[in-house]
Write a protein that binds this ligand. Structure first.
Ligand SMILES: *Cc1c(COP(=O)(O)O)cnc(C)c1O
Length: 407
């Protein structure tokens, strides 16, 4: 069976964890944490980088730093992972979902401005598959309306917008080192802070609401409770693992890009015939080979293709169910913005002739998002995937789309 994902180990992970274990410092903000953060700051030009235990946690920190309060509105794509909006919901925000572009699942920057009200505080672009959103447009809208931008760069390590590293453009950026991402630590994340206003507070929130970081640097002679916060910093073991991956990032990225290119060239003849769509990389964006996906013509065809691939020992997966149609979102009036949707009560006739009231969502039309939710299919992509395996997957797609194949 060709799995969908296989976490890649460079060979040095256990060695660095061993070093961390026997250094006598296991908790956070030690040698390996600092090495990782320094690498990210120097290599990508983030003003400050703080390791976190996940991207979800980095987003939690971002929601606190943006000072989100009940009633505030946040604009995000609906075609994304739950974590993108979860922390903002916890702070009491109403999420206003914006549709994806027609060509790719990123937020359609041309539709954002119409969703802004005097309660809007934050825009969260998600760089889907590591491909940049239209950041000039988004930053321009944010600046004109005095909004903050938090980049969900979970999939976007080592990817660029017009030469600028993703995660360095918005006020804050959030990365993931989950085992399904390009460089991994099991679970792990990074918050990047690009606006001076947030730098001091970010360290305090990171360290359980205390100014312990300043104390360790000798800037204050005692530390105490000064703000809200949580324990967002990971143990040294996580950063030790990640350090082995960082050291080999170029090698990992080179191989992932080769695999991506092989898929693209192999599948292009079929895409040219209109059987499916290949990933769209706008001119302003780079490809960090986080993901290879195709967009099928219909949900039924995608379901049949997944089945065909599985019967031939290939695991492919689809994702995201549109967040605006999720059970949580549609049932919680406190997270549902009135600006964006309403609920309508309709009378449902039962089999026995009786009538019950049923509530359904109306007025929320995100057609591009729904299309990607129904039709996008991810193919296996991981460091150890061989050329032969990519050829086998391409061959099975060819068989599936040949005119005499019975679906
Ligand atoms: C993976 C992912 C996350 C969550 O990352 P964790 O590190 O698992 O918390 C958030 N947003 C997007 C777009 C992701 O792909």
């Amino acid at each position: 069976m060709i799995p969908f994902n296989k976490p890649f180990l460079t060979g040095k992970e256990a060695h660095y964890i061993y070093q961390a274990v026997y250094s006598g410092k296991l908790s956070g903000n030690g040698v390996f944490t600092k090495k990782c953060q320094k690498f990210f700051e120097e290599h990508y030009g983030f003003k400050k980088a703080l390791m976190t235990t996940s991207c979800t946690d980095a987003l939690e920190m971002a929601a606190i730093l943006c000072d989100i309060r009940p009633g505030d509105e946040v604009i995000a794509p609906s075609y994304t992972f739950v974590s993108t909006v979860l922390a903002f919901v916890r702070q009491g925000a109403k999420i206003v979902f914006c549709d994806s572009c027609k060509e790719n699942p990123n937020i359609d920057a041309d539709r954002i401005e119409a969703l802004i009200t005097d309660k809007t505080k934050v825009i969260i672009p998600v760089h889907y598959a590591g491909v940049a959103c239209d950041m000039d447009k988004i930053m321009d809208i944010a600046n004109r309306h005095n909004l903050l931008v938090v980049e969900d760069a979970a999939q976007a390590i080592d990817s660029y917008y017009k030469g600028r590293p993703l995660g360095s453009i918005g006020h804050l950026g959030c990365f993931s080192f989950h085992e399904t991402k390009n460089i991994i630590a099991g679970e792990g994340g990074l918050l990047t802070i690009n606006d001076d206003r947030f730098i001091r507070r970010s360290e305090i929130i990171w360290e359980k609401g205390t100014n312990r970081s300043e104390f360790f640097r000798g800037e204050v002679n005692k530390y105490g409770w000064v703000d809200t916060g949580s324990s967002f910093l990971p143990s040294e073991l996580i950063s030790a693992f990640l350090w082995a991956q960082i050291e080999n990032m170029d090698m990992i990225q080179t191989r992932r890009k080769e695999i991506w290119e092989q898929y693209y060239q192999g599948l292009k003849p079929m895409a040219d015939k209109g059987y499916f769509q290949l990933p769209d990389i706008p001119e302003y964006a780079t490809n960090n080979a986080h993901m290879f996906y195709i967009v099928c013509r219909t949900l039924e065809e995608r379901t049949a293709l997944i089945k065909h691939l599985k019967e031939n020992e290939i695991l492919s997966v689809f994702h995201y169910l549109s967040l605006h149609k999720s059970g949580f979102y549609t049932s919680h009036s406190d997270v549902r913005p009135d600006t964006c949707q309403g609920l309508e009560t309709i009378q449902m006739k039962n089999f026995d002739g009786s009538v019950t009231d049923e509530t359904q969502v109306v007025g929320l039309d995100l057609p591009n998002c729904d299309r990607f939710a129904d039709c996008l299919l991810r193919l296996p992509l991981y460091y150890e995937l061989t050329n032969e395996e990519v050829m086998k997957i391409t061959k099975e797609l060819n068989i599936f789309y040949s005119p005499n194949f019975i679906k």
